[in-house]
Write a protein that binds this ligand. Structure first.
Ligand SMILES: *Cc1c(COP(=O)(O)O)cnc(C)c1O
Length: 420
């Protein structure tokens, strides 16, 4: 008998990412699971048809339930997240919304962190409200005091750490412990850290979401999401998603798998470059605050150190209040950072952000917020580019600008537009 392979838990993440979900013997020796296109799966006998339709074999009867291509990505994500089962969805947002929908019914109460990804807030306020599900937003710093907000109707506690665009950390184990005692499920958006830098199921989460569009795909060339559940939540999640008929074409799934093979390597570089830029910016006179939990003076640093094993390349800065012309000079001078939504690709991005919406307490800072994604360019080149941008803003401030240049007052955004 060949030696038994070591248990998957014993392998480090980069090894898992390299070896997960590969079955060359089933695909003519191909290293990668090929792109299977299909709708119909043929059976040649009645017995074969009946066998395909057994409840534990839903994938093999019709391609809306998946193909060997989607199953390979799902296996890969489940393994690296440390969950029981994963399901792929057509976008990151679809993964967020379906994870909630799969668990709730009319009359339920859902607790959502106030620092949540904007479109999830919009979904809660529009769709959940329409179905009679009450969404309440909580301060991300709540910790074990979440107990005071939990009630017998609370079905889901939705966490995201660090928060979208503003990077507040949360005490996830403390929140999860209270939620579990109250009989609620904990759903987490784990896109920022990826499963490489935060292990959701070890920290008490029941459903973990990846906006695969970001680091899993990693090249800004596909949109998809993945939701992963522990054994308790898995039957509800799978059925909840499949009842809506959600499915995804195989090309994007293939791109996500291809991206994931290099995830560990890419993330290390995003982390290193991002933190370097964050340090550099925190010393600049035009920068009021840098929001990055891996910075030692960040309010969330202790939680980050305790629970996370790394940081990604996404963080934000609050600039000092300045006229629009100065802000425009900053953005327009940048050559290596494009202005754009999404993140997690190989390329560096900046994004002007509007004042974050908050239910629990007003956003404290006055100046413009800029979200920064550190890409895979040389860190020295990126640093120089940012410094040139700030220098241009400073120049504009000094020389004064055209008439009517008041301070930039960031407007509060409509959630439908808001992207983080
Ligand atoms: C981008 C993003 C999403 C949504 O992903 P899409 O693929 O764009 O729908 C969800 N959560 C977070 C934290 C994100 O940054």
């Amino acid at each position: 008998m060949p030696p038994k392979p070591p248990a998957p838990q014993a392998l480090r993440p980069s090894t898992v990412l390299t070896h997960a979900a590969r079955r060359p013997a089933q695909h003519h020796g191909m290293v990668n699971t090929p792109i299977y296109r299909g709708s119909t799966i043929l059976s040649s006998t009645l017995q074969e048809w009946e066998n395909r339709k057994t409840p534990d074999n839903p994938y093999a009867s019709y391609c809306r339930f998946g193909t060997p291509t989607t199953a390979a990505l799902e296996e890969m994500v489940a393994e690296v997240e440390g969950g029981y089962g994963s399901i792929v969805l057509p976008s990151g947002l679809a993964a967020c919304t379906h994870a909630i929908l799969a668990l709730v019914r009319t009359g339920d109460h859902v607790l959502i962190c106030d620092s949540v990804y904007g479109p999830v807030r919009a979904f809660a306020e529009a769709v959940l409200a329409r179905f009679g599900i009450e969404a309440e937003f909580y301060d991300p710093g709540v910790g074990a005091d979440i107990a005071r907000l939990l009630c017998p109707r609370t079905r889901v506690v939705y966490v995201e750490a660090p928060g979208s665009g503003t990077f507040e950390m949360q005490d996830i184990p403390a929140i999860a412990q209270q939620a579990r005692q109250a009989g609620a499920f904990v759903v987490m958006d784990n896109t920022w850290a990826t499963p490489l830098y935060f292990k959701p199921f070890v920290h008490g989460v029941d459903v973990s979401i990846q906006a695969g569009t970001k680091y899993l795909v990693g090249h800004s060339d596909a949109i998809l999401g993945v939701a992963t559940a522990n054994e308790r939540a898995w039957p509800l999640l799978r059925k909840g998603v499949q009842d809506f008929g959600q499915t995804i074409g195989p090309d994007d799934v293939f791109l996500a798998m291809r991206g994931m093979r290099t995830l560990a390597l890419r993330l290390r570089q995003h982390w290193e470059t991002g933190l370097r830029l964050a340090h550099l910016l925190s010393g600049h006179p035009l920068v009021e605050r840098v929001m990055h939990p891996a910075l030692p003076d960040d309010p969330g640093h202790a939680l980050w150190r305790r629970d996370f094993t790394g940081a990604s390349g996404l963080f934000a800065i609050a600039l000092r209040p300045m006229p629009r012309e100065a802000l425009a000079a900053f953005f327009d001078t940048l050559q290596l950072f494009g202005i754009g939504l999404s993140w997690g690709g190989y390329e560096s991005l900046v994004l002007p952000m509007d004042t974050p919406r908050r239910n629990t307490r007003a956003w404290p800072m006055q100046g413009p917020l800029v979200r920064i994604h550190a890409g895979l360019e040389d860190a020295d080149d990126l640093a120089a580019d940012l410094m040139r941008g700030l220098e241009a803003a400073d120049q504009t401030l000094r020389t004064g600008t055209g008439p009517g240049s008041g301070l930039v007052v960031p407007r509060t955004i409509d959630c439908i537009e808001e992207q983080a």
